[in-house]
Design a protein around this ligand. Structure first.
Ligand code: 4AD
Ligand code: MG
Length: 483
């Protein structure tokens, strides 16, 4: 007989009927024992609920019972019986308890009590065994699935853009180098200049910061595509919203203008959030309660007017506000924090970049809902964005979410070869190196647009977690790559 003949707890909770014979496998959350009976709360990760197991003393010999502790892994055979206690209607009366893996209660870090997020980050290898992290990662999975489902149903094709590239799509110069050269003794082209032609790829390469440029190549053949992969940025930002390795979803569509792009982004975000609301009810209810408790610790005027679940429903049910950069800047200029000099960065001349304090004011105080800001000054945006007729702005959009700030960045792309080359020259981006990108504008160019959704920021929004390091299994941040 195969070893893995077991019932998962999530299935059991739906189908259980008295007298069924089942096998459970999972990890002990708690054990309570007296001389007549032992109660074990078992969790197998399939859902937030533990399943209660009862065992008579003859089923678990004394020496085994001592080793059944929080964190231990068990295989349990038994029969479902009506539960005496509250909570669950059935429980498993064990007739065999097999200790698959024991756990030293003195050393196991994940005790059945409240741990701080910092402590759990230091124990990221075991933190998924807590209710909070298991819920987060189940929701993360569901959101990823919803992303694929949404695009698949709309006829978009999933493109795997490369992870190693020779370009810096965003032009921010925040790339991680990929090399096999000996750092102690690299070949030199001239004094102090490394000869990358002798490197593995015969040129300088880095980890990708975005799959967009390759996505554009595919969109100009397959019409509608998306990428969904890891991206890497060596920005030294120690914030609650930045990772050095994060996942990005980048749809790219031929025959879309800026407004089509905004419509798609709004529909897409609403789809994946409502998917989580319908598919992750128990986990969201748990995180909702967790968020409520956190809110209670805040000062009354700092508290969010909505619970986590109310906020998710609100986003799904209400239209996003759309506003130009120019209008947003005027709102900020007239705002009371600006007049009272409360912003760290006061509102200055047209052209300044918006800081997260500004974004949060617009979303959380002024509009109180998601906001799409469009038509930014071209000087603060990437080279590939389509230039508007005013000569000053580009057809960019950023989507800002309450509690998160920027969640999406995108634009209509500059499809006119002459305009694109002109902009690249201004920014000293090599046309020769980007010949392949420019070829799409030489052969069958067309209006097209796309955007990038930071997947962890989405997971943060849906789970209500304050720190982005808590929504990816093993976060990569400056000074941090332990697990
Ligand atoms: O605004 P960004 O830099 O846009 C691009 O990369 C474009 N190529 C997207 C496109 O048009 N195809 O990044 C897009 C999103 C941001 O809005 C943010 O949600 C997320 O990616 N993001 C990060 N998430 C976590 N950590 C970081 N360091 C991030 N940098 C960007
Ligand atoms: Mg951006």
């Amino acid at each position: 007989m195969a070893f893995n003949k077991r019932t998962k707890i999530n299935v059991l909770l739906k189908t259980a009927s008295i007298d069924d014979r089942v096998t459970l496998m999972g990890w002990v959350r708690t054990k309570r024992s007296n001389k007549n009976v032992t109660f074990i709360a078992l969790n197998d990760g399939s859902c937030i609920q533990n399943f209660q197991v009862v065992a008579d003393p003859e089923v678990i010999p004394e020496d085994i019972l001592k080793r059944v502790n929080t964190g231990a892994c068990l295989k349990i055979n038994g029969v479902l019986v009506a539960s005496q206690g509250t909570g669950q209607s059935v429980e498993l009366a064990a007739d065999e308890v097999i200790l698959l893996g024991e756990s030293d209660p003195e050393k196991y870090p994940i005790q059945p009590k409240k741990h701080t997020m910092e402590f759990l980050r230091e124990n990221a290898h075991l933190r998924v065994r807590t209710n909070t992290f298991a819920a987060i990662f189940r929701i993360r999975h569901n959101l990823a699935f919803a992303v694929h489902e949404y695009f698949h149903n709309k006829g978009f094709f999933y493109i795997h853009s490369p992870i190693i590239t020779a370009s810096d799509a965003e032009g921010a110069g925040e790339t991680f180098r990929v090399t096999t050269l000996n750092p102690k003794n690299p070949p030199l082209a001239s004094e102090g200049v490394v000869d990358f032609s002798q490197d593995f790829f015969g040129r300088e390469t880095n980890l990708t910061v975005s799959g967009q440029l390759e996505g554009e190549l595919a969109a100009l053949a397959l019409s509608e595509i998306y990428t969904f992969g890891p991206t890497f940025r060596a920005e030294n930002s120690n914030t609650t919203r930045h990772l050095a390795e994060f996942w990005m979803i980048e749809p790219e569509m031929a025959f879309y203008d800026a407004e089509d792009n905004q419509n798609l982004a709004e529909e897409f975000l609403k789809y994946v959030i409502s998917f989580a609301l319908t598919s992750c009810g128990d986990d969201l209810a748990f995180l909702n309660q967790r968020a409520d408790e956190e809110e209670k610790l805040k000062k009354a005027d700092q508290r969010s007017p909505m619970s986590l679940i109310e906020r998710l429903k609100f986003v799904v049910e209400n239209e996003f506000t759309r506003i130009t950069y120019t209008d947003a800047l005027e709102i900020l200029r007239q705002s009371s924090p600006n007049k009272k000099k409360k912003f760290t960065y006061p509102i200055e001349d047209w052209g300044m970049d918006l800081q997260s304090e500004h974004e949060r004011y617009l979303v959380e105080k002024h509009f109180n809902k998601p906001v799409i800001i469009t038509d930014y000054p071209k000087a603060i945006k990437s080279f590939y964005m389509r230039q508007n007729d005013d000569g000053k702005t580009v057809a960019a959009m950023d989507i800002l979410f309450p509690g998160i700030g920027e969640i999406v960045g995108g634009s209509q792309r500059e499809e006119r070869l002459g305009k694109l080359e002109e902009r690249m020259d201004e920014l000293a981006i090599s046309r020769e190196e980007m010949w392949w990108y420019l070829d799409t504008r030489r052969f069958g160019t067309t209006p097209h647009a796309g955007f990038g959704l930071g997947f962890e920021r989405l997971v943060q929004f849906v789970t209500g977690m304050g720190n982005i390091r808590d929504v990816i299994p093993f976060p990569r941040t400056p000074g941090n790559a332990e697990f």
